[in-house]
Design a protein around this ligand. Structure first.
Ligand code: HEC
Length: 270
């Protein structure tokens, strides 16, 4: 280690962050800067629409009447309702502008806490039943919180205790699986910007900024982990449970790769 890197490592350790995720992130961002020199890194928050002018036009026209608008409204009503003990989501999440801090690593529980897990923690602390992770209510609440957090910059870190979870997410991202024997990085790094059947493949940087997403294919708003399931199935691998430890670790890794990017959820996709 040179003296300069030793200094940097000490500095990051003092700040409670880990040097390795930060150098991973810089290399990840650099990869897409070199692959798409004409596209600002922050533009990738629009996914494939940052890379395909024609579909971008159609998408922008669609955004004039955003299909997730009612979900945000319904989510706001749920968010404002009181629990049986008189408390509510505001006691956990204030005005809802909190998404930039998720997911985070909880040292006590030794696990990654996503926004959805935190929503259920909030309920359980007040004696309410947790919501189903594949249900509508949690997606609506997440839609309102995403909307209330718009334009905030992703602000998570990986403390030393969270490194193993981060590494597990990173390993999952780069591992081949399914009959196609593809990793996430095959489609969303090496083939990003190219077409897979009718679809332009998005870059992984910026992929987590806009969830939940209203997809026309789903005819409803759904969470990031639903997309993970589809991408697993696309290569002939089995999808995992929403909020499984593996998916939470994957979300942790991907979100760290997008640290500093603006939140722009919810969004619409084909
Ligand atoms: C066989 C190629 C393929 C593989 C492998 C793949 N995906 Fe995808 N993924 C797609 C396609 C096609 C889409 C839809 C077009 C787009 O938005 O990129 C997509 C979309 C996504 C999106 C939504 C992007 C947005 O802007 O809404 C996310 C997030 C995502 N993939 C994550 C992953 C992760 C994580 C993995 C690994 C577990 C993975 N993908 C593996 C093909 C793939």
């Amino acid at each position: 280690m040179t003296r300069a890197t030793a200094f940097l490592v000490a500095l990051l350790a003092a700040a409670g962050a880990s040097a390795e995720p930060e150098s991973d992130r810089q290399a990840f961002v650099r990869y897409f800067e070199q692959r798409f020199p004409d596209v600002e890194v922050s533009a990738h928050v629009d996914g494939a629409y940052a890379l395909n002018e024609q579909t971008r036009e159609q998408w922008l026209a669609m955004e004039d009447f955003p299909p997730y608008e009612f979900s945000v409204d319904d989510g706001e009503v749920l968010f404002g309702a009181s629990f049986k003990d008189g408390s509510g989501y505001q006691d956990c999440f204030g005005d809802g502008n909190v998404k930039q801090h998720f997911p985070y690593f909880d040292d006590d529980r030794q696990t990654v806490v996503t926004l959805e897990v935190a929503i259920n923690d909030c309920r359980k602390a007040s004696g309410e039943e947790p919501l189903a992770y594949d249900g509508e209510d949690i997606a609506l609440l997440a839609a309102f919180i995403a909307f209330a957090s718009r334009d905030s910059l992703i602000d998570i870190d990986v403390p030393p205790g969270g490194l193993a979870a981060y590494e597990a997410g990173k390993e999952y991202y780069y591992s081949r699986r399914g009959q196609l024997n593809f990793s996430c990085s095959h489609c969303h790094m090496q083939m990003s910007g190219m077409k897979l059947r009718a679809e332009t493949l998005s870059a992984s940087v910026g992929q987590v900024t806009h969830w939940p997403v209203y997809r026309f294919k789903w005819q409803e708003i759904g969470p990031l982990h639903r997309r993970f399931v589809e991408c697993n199935e696309q290569v002939g691998a089995e999808g995992l449970d929403y909020q499984s430890e593996t998916y939470r670790n994957l979300e942790y890794f991907l979100t760290y790769m997008s640290r500093g990017l603006p939140l722009n959820g919810p969004a619409s996709r084909k």
